[in-house]
Design a protein around this ligand. Structure first.
Ligand code: PRX
Length: 670
């Protein structure tokens, strides 16, 4: 921990003295959420959601049925209503006379800025929708978006929504290979990208990855992509295919700024977002329109206590992740919020960049991930202390468990010891926040996401699906359908059923371990499946293993997520090399060379975020008699623990061999 933490009271004392932080009277008096929401939802859960859908969403034609669960586990919410997501996020605010309200304060990493009002956004989204239509995009067509954090990224998503064309945003940090498989799985007609973006003080390229992703490849069907729409951001040279590639500024700027939204059924697909699962193939999580928007708007309003007329909100996520979808684009914009959109990294050009922006824009609601908080802790509290953070009145955390120490630091150093912290648990699959304190109502507790929101039914169960008593641990499940739940995995209904609905009869299995404390509050304990959480990003052990074994030198690979002080978990790979390569790697120099080659290979196959922090060359892997790799034992090794029960190993001497091999220090990535 940083030296300057020594002046703070010891954590144990703090936790002892202030196990929970009740809301201040002042906050509670003005909070959007009231305790009565829980009672209201308990009394009539479907009625509660129907009320939220009418209150927060504008319908072209009203729904008459709230939930149809007859085809469970595929839910249909508000199914006979019609609406449009872009209309709800933008046009209706202009219609309501709020066109001059700032929607986005954009800050580029180099320091360029742009202020976009809701009226500006309406014109821009309409132009983009018309431009996409001129490229042949119509209702139901899929559009892949592969962009940095730009105003155009938000515009592109909303333009697709305006056309009823589901978007599939692919995080700009994913490789060409990862992009290719997502484009193919979604069957995208158009890809929207940029020449590049600014990150860590330099321009990085994006368009070459798209060119590679749509290029013909032996043994694979021709791409479905007809056009690539390219935003000019960095002025770097780009390769150009006439007829296929189109500049955003040529077609969007020239298009009409009036566009009639495509009214769609509530269950019309709004987006597909790929996320890592327990197999090598990412899952295209499908979200539809009416239920998703209802829960996005409801949670954004109540969990962040948004006062749209006065708050300035900032969520630091990338639009390539679900947090960017629900809590940059749809939730805040449905609520007519004013927000900051920042292109770059928190430490460029200096480690106070975020806090400088909080001061500059008087940000009042701030939402980030525990990894970022831990990085800021490491940099030292002098850095945020150099800025005026007094505008902050609520802080949010998402993506991974937040350790109580980081929670306390966040509250004290960033929140001035007054701002409530909402630790929000949810997933790409849940579409919106499910478990979180309600600010102004619930006392907050360092490290616990606490209770299911009104209208949501969550529980912790044991292996036999029995609810555990307070003080017990088990698996997190969701026991009632919720409006923003995934409607399936794109093109693979069976996988949807197998992954989420087969572990416990009638319950949604989230894949997270959890416990209930003595007050019945929920603590999330991390994944219980082969999914890792590195810096709040979801990665699949199997996907990284597949990437490793696709390299010539690797015979076998096993990947585990090992506890890491900064990133929560870190990717650690154990590899067996093929014949002669094993000899090469016997020297320090040789093994460093192999490790670098493998790390680069994973970056090409998946993306830099998946690069193993450590690669350990081993002679054997621990396997059960049925050939299953015992990752639990490898995790013990990776976390420097005494290796646990190894009696089910086919060959019990394997762990000794691995331990012997590990006595030689391994080069690890910084
Ligand atoms: O393990 C949980 C963790 O992130 C997983 C979902 O990842 P993803 O779909 O990428 O969505 C991340 C942003 C919503 C969960 O299964 N997770 C998310 N939020 C929390 C969390 N773990 C603990 N506490 C949280 N607040």
């Amino acid at each position: 921990m940083p030296d300057n933490e020594t002046t703070a009271p010891s954590l144990e004392n703090l936790l002892h003295e202030t196990r929970a932080f009740p809301p201040s009277t002042e906050f509670a008096a003005q909070a959007n959420a009231q305790a009565s929401l829980y009672e209201e939802a308990d009394a009539d859960r479907l009625g509660f959601w129907a009320d939220r859908a009418r209150e927060l969403v504008t319908w072209k034609s009203p729904f008459t049925q709230t939930l149809d669960w007859s085809d469970a586990p595929v839910a249909r919410w508000f199914a006979d209503g019609t609406l449009n997501a872009a209309y709800n996020a933008v046009d209706r605010h202009v219609d309501a006379g709020l066109g001059d309200r700032v929607a986005i304060h954009f800050e580029g990493e180099p320091g360029d800025t742009r202020t976009v009002t809701y009226a500006d956004l309406q014109r821009e989204v309409s132009r983009a929708a018309n431009a996409l239509a001129s490229l042949g995009v119509t209702k139901g067509d899929r559009v892949v978006i592969y962009l940095p954090m730009l105003v155009e990224s938000v515009v592109a998503m909303l333009a697709c929504a305006g056309l009823g064309a589901p978007h599939s945003v692919v995080f700009g940090g994913f490789s060409a290979d990862a992009l290719r498989s997502r484009i193919a799985d979604a069957g995208a007609k158009v890809v929207i990208t940029a020449d590049g973006g600014y990150r860590r003080g330099a321009a990085s390229a994006l368009k070459p990855a798209v060119d590679e992703a749509v290029a013909p490849k032996e043994g694979e069907p021709a791409t479905t992509v007809e056009h690539i729409l390219v935003v000019r951001r960095t002025e770097q040279d780009v390769a150009w295919t006439e007829g296929r590639d189109v500049w955003w500024h040529d077609v969007v700027d020239a298009a009409s700024d009036v566009h009639e939204p495509e009214w769609v059924d509530a269950e019309h697909p709004l987006f597909i977002l790929y996320t890592s699962g327990t197999t090598g193939k990412p899952k295209g999580i499908l979200h539809t329109t009416g239920g998703y928007l209802t829960q996005a708007a409801y949670t954004h309003r109540n969990v962040f206590d948004l006062k749209a007329e006065s708050d300035v909100y900032w969520c630091t996520a990338d639009i390539g992740w679900v947090t960017g979808h629900t809590y940059i684009v749809y939730g805040p914009m449905l609520n007519g919020a004013t927000q900051v959109l920042y292109e770059g990294t928190p430490d460029t050009p200096h480690k106070g960049r975020w806090w400088e922006l909080v001061e500059k824009y008087k940000v009042s609601l701030f939402y980030t991930a525990p990894t970022a908080i831990r990085a800021c802790m490491k940099w030292g509290e002098d850095i945020p202390a150099g800025f005026d953070l007094s505008s902050l009145r609520l802080l949010g955390s998402v993506g991974e468990p937040i350790n109580p120490e980081a929670w306390m630091w966040y509250r004290r150093v960033i929140g001035g010891d007054t701002a409530p912290i909402v630790d929000t648990w949810w997933q790409t699959e849940t579409g919106a926040i499910m478990i979180s304190p309600l600010p102004g109502v619930t006392a907050t507790k360092p490290g616990s996401a606490q209770v299911a929101l009104p209208g949501i039914a969550a529980d912790v169960v044991d292996d036999e699906a029995h609810s555990v008593p307070d003080g017990g641990g088990g698996y997190l499940v969701l026991s009632e359908p919720w409006p923003s739940m995934l409607r399936g995995i794109w093109g693979d209904l069976q996988r949807f059923k197998d992954t989420y609905w087969s572990r416990f009869e009638g319950l949604y299995f989230a894949g997270d371990g959890a416990k209930k404390d003595e007050d019945g509050d929920i603590w999330l304990l991390g994944r219980v499946d082969d999914v890792m959480n590195v810096s709040g990003h979801r990665l699949s052990t199997t996907e990284i293993e597949s990437a490793l074994v696709s390299h010539d030198v690797v015979a076998e690979a096993a990947v585990v997520g090992a506890a890491d002080e900064l990133s929560g978990q870190a990717v650690v790979a154990f590899v067996i090399l093929r014949g002669e390569h094993a000899d090469d790697a016997a020297t320090d120099e040789g093994s460093a060379r192999v490790e670098k080659a493998l790390r680069d290979h994973v970056a090409t196959q998946i993306g830099p975020i998946a690069k193993p922090k450590k690669i350990l060359v081993v002679p054997e892997l621990p396997k059960t008699r049925s050939g299953k790799i015992m990752r639990r034992l490898l995790r013990d090794v990776a976390e420097n623990r005494t290796v646990g029960d190894a009696t089910t190993l086919a060959d019990s001497s394997v762990m000794d061999l691995i331990a012997a091999g590990l006595s030689k220090p391994s080069a690890s990535e910084d």
